[in-house]
Design a protein around this ligand. Structure first.
Ligand SMILES: [Zn+2]
Length: 108
């Protein structure tokens, strides 16, 4: 561990290493083939905005991104429309959080 890595770890900002990321992405890919995911996307609804976009237009999204320490677990994976996916990627985490708060009235 070099000095910079140690500093990052101390500050709680350590990033998952490449092998770990690959493992988590693999896990997500496996989960996408399961009945659980089929059921989750059957309604064709985006988990974030609630828009019905149809099964084919839903992507799998990590609520907590892998790059921020999220994992490919069932409670961290949600169906997401392309709009939200693009938005989430273009916003800072804090901006995304406030966007989510605005959506919170949807009752989910
Ligand atoms: Zn959406």
């Amino acid at each position: 561990m070099n000095e910079q890595e140690m500093l990052r770890a101390l500050m709680g900002m350590s990033e998952p290493d490449e092998a770990e990321l690959r493992r988590e992405r693999d896990k997500a890919r496996q989960l996408r083939k399961t009945r659980w995911w089929q059921q989750k996307t059957a309604s064709g609804e985006c988990w974030y905005c609630g828009k019905k976009v149809g099964y084919a237009n839903l992507t799998m999204d990590h609520v907590v991104p892998l790059s921020r320490g999220g994992r490919s677990t069932k409670d961290n994976l949600v169906p997401c429309c392309k709009d939200c996916n693009t938005k989430k990627q273009s916003l800072l985490p804090v901006e995304w959080a406030s966007y989510m708060q605005r959506l919170d009235g949807r009752g989910g």
